[in-house]
Write a protein of this length. Structure first.
Length: 220
């Protein structure tokens, strides 16, 4: 069994160490504890240890467990880090404080409509298909300028770019590419790096790292 408090301390120490090597401040990096598939009982010890930013993959799963947790614990910030269907845009805007998976024109339109209707402007990252993988979500690099233009025209608060590099190969070149794309488009946020590679991501400019198994152990 993983000790949540010890795991959180270890991950935060590793974030601080990677930031120091990169001559950055640890506070520049937001740790998103990815709690997908984990029940409230597994999440509460991390909250007790001081973690306040959490990530979920699915709107339905988050809606089932987070409203009750938020009633008990103040200051929780909830990020959607998984794919989002356009028909769930309004639910996502109502529930989440940040959306990391804006990846296509139809979703941009649905999010803009949902934000106009609810009066909430939820910060978004545009997910880039950084490895040009057919099976993965994300906007093609060539289509990124057009999607950013559409999002800005619709008054969507785009704060950065997000990626999931191809599995099984060195992630650093993909993180470096996302960092360059973010710089080229004047975006401050880079949501990149997971349990296996978040230190590399921090050295290459990550502002948000999405860490699950290093905090929770294996998936439930």
């Amino acid at each position: 069994m993983i000790d949540p408090a010890a795991a959180l301390q270890d991950v935060n120490a590793r974030i601080a160490h990677a930031a120091k090597i990169a001559q950055r401040k640890a506070e520049e990096v937001t740790l998103i504890a990815v709690s997908k598939t984990h029940e409230a009982a597994a999440i509460e010890p991390l909250i007790a240890a001081g973690q306040r930013v959490f990530g979920e993959n699915r709107v339905q799963e988050a809606a089932a467990k987070w409203p009750a947790l938020r009633e008990v614990h103040a200051g929780i910030e909830l990020h959607l880090v998984g794919q989002l269907q356009s028909n769930k845009a309004e639910d996502a805007v109502a529930l989440f404080d940040c959306i990391h998976s804006l990846d296509r024109p139809s979703l941009a339109a649905a999010l803009a409509k949902a934000m106009d209707k609810t009066g909430r402007r939820v910060p978004c990252f545009v997910q880039v298909n950084i490895g040009a993988e057919e099976q993965k979500g994300g906007c093609a690099i060539a289509e990124l300028p057009a999607l950013l233009d559409q999002a800005r025209t619709a008054d969507l608060p785009v704060i950065g770019l997000m990626c999931v590099p191809p599995a099984g190969i060195e992630a650093a070149p993909f993180f470096a590419l996302l960092d360059k794309l973010a710089r080229d488009h004047g975006l401050a946020g880079r949501s990149m790096g997971m349990s296996d590679d978040f230190e590399t991501a921090i050295m290459l400019g990550a502002t948000h790292v999405r860490v699950g198994s290093a905090l929770f152990g294996g998936r439930a």
